[in-house]
Design a protein around this ligand. Sequence first.
Ligand code: ADP
Length: 195
Amino acid sequence: MLNLLLFGPPGAGKGTQALKIAEKFGLIHISTGDLLRAEVAGGTELGKAAKSLMDKGILVSDDIVVGMIDAKISSNSSVKGFIFDGFPRTLPQAKALDELLAKHNQSIDITLALEVDKEELYNRISLRGKSSGRADDQDKNTFLKRMQVYNTETAPLKDYYKNQGVLVTINGIGEIEDVFNSLCNEIIKKGNPVH
Ligand code: ADP
């Protein structure tokens, strides 16, 4: 199996690239942001609890997202692998993911960290806000909150994956296809265990 993790700040292009990578390598794409938005759209209890946090740019609890990931991994046995997008976002989530994968004799093969500067991130998010309808993309203060949460809670995970020897950083600025090619090169360089 090939298990990839796409890492980066809000607006780095994780969702766009994760879909393309999933298609090319035949992986299951798991985005906690998408899963949570589906709960919100479905009007579930979980969705109702998550919505106010998401709209403010605050993280949903680790238990909730880890539970969603557990269900996704368990319901997709005998697959080529997973690409995780927007998860993990905290150290407890990263540890929980390692444990969940270990139960299936799996681990993260590569963490691809997209690097984009703050100014470009804000430009992209405000552009996306015009078409996505996402409340968290439409307000500058919410963007700043998400950046702050990213910097304090999520960015430190780079060291966690660096210590595991699986971290690769990629310049996320440029044409979508160029960034995609850089990501693919790194995945293939790793030996692409998918057959
Ligand atoms: P972006 O890619 O712009 O960071 P996402 O769609 O991944 O946005 O996430 C939107 C919101 O959903 C986050 O701000 C957070 O409130 C919630 N969320 C998504 N993934 C997680 C997670 N792994 N842990 C906690 N909250 C999450």
